[in-house]
Design a protein around this ligand. Sequence first.
Ligand code: BGC
Length: 466
Amino acid sequence: MSESCITLQLHHICVSPFLLSQEKLQEISARLKKNMIQGLGKHTHHKAPVKMLPTFVRATPDGTEKGDFLALDLGGTNFRVLYVRVMEEEQKVLKMDSQICAIPQDIMRGTGEQLFDHIAACLADFLDSQNLKGQTLPLGFTFSFPCEQIEIDKSILIHWTKGFSCSEVEGKDVVKLLRDAIHRRADYDIGSVAMVNDTVGTMMSCGYKDQSCEIGMIIGTGTNACYMEEMKNVKRVEGEDGRMCINTEWGGFGDDGSLEDIQTQFDVVVDKTSINPGIHIFEKMISGMYLGEIVRLLLVKLTEDKLLFKGKTSEALLTPGRFETRFISEIEEQDRGLKNCQNILTELGLKWDSVDVRLVRLVCDTVSIRSAHLCAAALATIVNRIRENRGLDYLKTTVGVDGTVYRKHPNFSDKLQAMVHRLAPNCSITFLVSEDGSGKGAAMVTAVAHLVLLTLNCKLTQDQSM
Ligand code: BGC
């Protein structure tokens, strides 16, 4: 088959189903807007796929936060414990020690008790190493899963995402599970606890640098965003004045079937074979946990159709999870991309020629551009909403961003920014990558969260269930 004939067929199978026109992205943005309003509504919330969770954060940091804190960061395959000392002047972090503990797969999928015992044990080791066991420090808990925050220290897990599926945690208060695990050990204790989602942490840590940061976005293992919404629109929380940060949980967009028209056969397989089918459909088209697998499935199909590797597959290519998302970034690197691609294909036991290498790169491009454009549509929905909320002709705002896909992919951020610009022409957006997102960022979050804890003044209205 000639190269042009292969490219044509490849286009049909793999490129066109992933191409989303600007009009389509506008339509998707309009759908998300509807879902967001549904999520905010008192009587529509319980059925909403986009949860729009109130966070109780009423303001971005003002720079007066200080103190000694512990911070926990759970959201991916690793778990981090930090000890931080924040000084008032310029929010200088005086001392910051941290420890990373891996969370083995059997714990990610075991019982909740095992998970929290593991967390409590890691914290104990860390406190020992820092000689801190005798102190009772306030603790900021960055827990990056959808939670219904009843109060700042009472947060009910709605459902697991991103490869976690521990039993007996969904529907329960995560702070209580942590405290129970610490009490079971009885060798140390913690002070007040403030829970935050990673999007909120990112927004707040970037807020120190830029006071106009009022959106936090993560494009990493999972994806999500939060933003400052007018209180009068947050129907589930009492009070009309001011603003509150809403954790959108946009990863759940499409969980009611509303994205079926753009889901490809590969997205359907990724969802069906995941540990949580039907949950977080949007996230599964975008985030780092899934992009590599989408590419792998495409490569398998193209090989079956004899468009790649002369129709010869390999055991590695046929193994779910073997094509890692980081390969996409490596393959798309400007200068070394093709060489990286050759090495990766060889590692995967495939016999390639130069046409294969170029086509694999095209597949990676296609999948990552779709991801960037879908994120752009979602972010445009938020900035357009903030602008309309405030009755402005033009909005200038800042988005705090974090996550490996955004940070590490060579042109993801450019693609995303260019498309947001087209979808939200009346908004000027500064993108601020959070500095050491889980280090300095987590420290700031803890400080701010502690302050939030002290100043909390509202609760969810009574009749709200998840
Ligand atoms: C979770 C969010 C989180 C996002 C990014 C999603 O799977 O539901 O709470 O913010 O991942 O970590």
